[in-house]
Design a protein around this ligand. Sequence first.
Ligand SMILES: [Zn+2]
Length: 283
Amino acid sequence: MTFRLISILFFLSLGITSAYAGNVWSAVRYPLTGPPQVIGSYAAGCIAGAVALPLVGEGYQVMRVSRNRYYGHPQLTRFVERLGQWTAAQGSRLLIGDLGQPRGGPAPTGHRSHQSGLDVDVWFLQQPRDQVLSRTDVERIDMPSMVRMTEGTLSPRWSPHYRDALKQAALSPEVDRIFVNAIIKRALCESETDRRWLNKVRPWWGHDAHFHVRLACPPDSAQCMSQKPVPPGDGCAPDLANWVRDIMRAARSPKPYRKPEPPSADRLPTACSLVLESPTAQR
Ligand SMILES: [Zn+2]
């Protein structure tokens, strides 16, 4: 079989899988044009007027392009572009994971959130500034873990550059919070002298190969539902120790430690059905 034929079959099988999952949101290929408007919450929401993040920009490159999840509120795409420019100035290039689908909504795989155009995954792994990956590598390259889960420590792969990018993201005023693996958060708690920026860095499961940046509701979106604000303080104690203990215990257990999360069962706001069904001019 030729490579071409194999790839066609591969993409056909992807189509069958998502049709089977019955996810109408992932079938919509284009944003709804018009002014940006976030509706609902991060885990049950949608977006009108989303824009596509250019796939390659100064200091960043979008990964897994075939998933078509590189859309977001213009504030989100500007955030990524700015973080990229900053990273380029440090001599590196960020690898960008999922933003959201063209009109947001639940995705058939991967996340509960990322529904309202305000979430973006940033790989810890970085490339040299001038290295742009091929279309094949963008789909194939592994997203390596930065922790030794069973030992509760950072992996030798960890680099101060990754900490720098995380800190730069946390210092951006439009960022509401950032999710990282609790082991990474604890390592930062131990190494940072100024821990104020750690307030926005929240411990979670997974997130050992990427960090997940979540923007606050933008002022243009009256129907955007905010999350409870993060509690004050650096979040380094005492709950964090429990997080790390649970993660290490789960990693040492022979049983799979965590079932994949089912898609959010929260109902989308009714305004989202309009966003889903409105026709839009195809580009
Ligand atoms: Zn994420």
